[in-house]
Design a protein around this ligand. Structure first.
Ligand SMILES: *Cc1c(COP(=O)(O)O)cnc(C)c1O
Length: 412
């Protein structure tokens, strides 16, 4: 399959890549947990990897494999695994690749739940350093003899810091570190993770990829760039596979199979369908976000707008190089003294809700909700102010969204 266009490839992927039966354009979804074999030798061959097939749906099934194929193809990777949620993908990947005594470099600007999970890793004897990933020098300074991986997000939430993705990729390559990139905010339509030398892409399918707020899912995708022979934690049992499959095989066997956080076939189908319009939705929501950010930046009741598309953003130039557009997330501080709850309660179209990457525009006051648990000290390290509001801009007609912001700002 060799089409130039991102959306051309996606809307025909099920049909061409997964070859469903009977001329169906979507891979059939079955809820069968078990798979019967007439000849028991075939069942044995499936178990021992000599024959392709499904044995038990915790490990694989038709619509799961179809989605995994689409994800790997979209990111130009060698293989993908899907999970029940983004957090299941992230935690499973880290737990199956790292061991007691290893060191992990993490971004200090992380999704709250991933940040919280760092403490679980510390409790298991994995040493974790939190660093400012907008500066490659800080990442380099944190490298130790036992460092195994660097883990970061492309555009951080909610302050929109942009990691120095390319430079950190080169650094990881030099030091033979696994470069794990959570690209939930910037799926392939926006960002070429392979060009930035990412080893593993992890993150949520719930957000932009599925897009419609009706299904949870997560994935890990191996770009094929990392040489797993350099990684000392691969279980010898998995080394019968081709080298590029060692990492993903360990995550699959030790993680998906043993830990069991699998996606359901129905969810895989919903995600595949949502994903067909990823390019159209990203185009619309990123353009909307830039227009809304520009409007808010010039409004006299708004103190500060955080959006990589604005020329005063600290990583604006870097973002121009890295991304096709600047993403759909922006945050604001209202002018001191203005009541951000009053403003949020005046919004009529925009929803007060957590979640992001939805077709609808969403708003949330971050210090009191998603970053409440981490406390004031860490919030200040992440540059989160007490009154900050985060918006996930949807695909509505932007005039309606701007009008809603106008009337709510006028009312306070
Ligand atoms: C939402 C999110 C996750 C977790 O994904 P779920 O599907 O909600 O578990 C991980 N990373 C980032 C950057 C996210 O925004």
């Amino acid at each position: 399959m060799d089409f130039k266009g991102f959306t051309t490839r996606l809307v025909h992927a099920d049909r061409l890549l997964n070859k469903p039966e009977d001329g169906a354009v979507h891979q059939a979804t079955t809820n069968s947990v078990l798979f019967e074999y007439q000849q028991v030798e075939d069942l044995v061959d499936v178990f021992q990897g000599r024959q392709n097939g499904h044995a038990y749906s915790r490990q694989s099934s038709g619509s799961i494999n179809a989605l995994q194929n689409m994800l790997a193809a979209m990111e130009g990777g060698v293989a993908a695994l899907t999970f029940a949620t983004g957090m299941a993908a992230i935690t499973t990947t880290l737990l199956t690749l790292l061991r007691q005594g290893d060191h992990l470099i993490l971004s200090q600007f992380l999704f709250g739940n991933t940040n919280s999970f760092a403490n679980t890793l510390r409790g298991l004897g994995i040493d974790v350093s939190l660093v400012d990933v907008t500066d490659v020098k800080q990442v380099e300074a944190a490298i130790q003899d036992n460092t195994k991986a660097v883990y970061l997000e492309t555009i951080a939430n909610p302050v929109t810091q942009v990691a120095d993705l390319q430079a950190i990729g080169t650094l990881c390559e030099q030091h033979k570190l696994v470069y794990m990139v959570d690209n939930t905010m910037t799926p392939a339509y926006l960002f070429d993770a392979k060009a930035a030398k990412a080893s593993l892409l992890v993150g949520s399918l719930t957000k932009y990829i599925a897009g419609h707020g009706n299904v949870l899912g997560g994935a890990v995708i191996d770009t094929g760039l990392y040489d797993w022979q350099q990684f000392s934690n691969i279980n010898p049992a998995f080394k019968s596979q081709p080298v590029e499959m060692w990492g993903i095989t360990q995550i699959k066997k030790k993680g998906l199979r043993d830990m069991g956080g699998c996606l359901t076939p129905d969810s895989a189908h919903l995600i595949s369908v949502g994903m067909e319009t990823l390019g159209l939705r990203m185009e619309k929501c990123c353009n909307n976000a830039l227009k809304l950010a520009t409007f808010l930046a010039s409004h006299d009741k708004v103190d500060k707008v955080y959006y990589p598309g604005l020329s005063d953003h600290p990583q604006h130039q870097l973002s121009r190089q890295l991304f096709k557009y600047y993403g759909g997330i922006l945050s604001v501080d209202l002018k001191p003294g203005l009541d951000c709850f009053a403003f949020l309660n005046k919004l009529k179209l925009v929803l007060n809700a957590t979640h992001l990457g939805d077709t609808r525009t969403l708003a949330i006051p971050v210090a009191d909700t998603i970053y409440y648990e981490m406390g004031a000290e860490q919030r200040s390290r992440m540059a989160i102010s007490d009154n900050m509001i985060r918006f996930s801009v949807g695909i509505e007609d932007i005039e309606d969204v701007v009008d809603d912001f106008k009337q709510a700002l006028d009312a306070i």
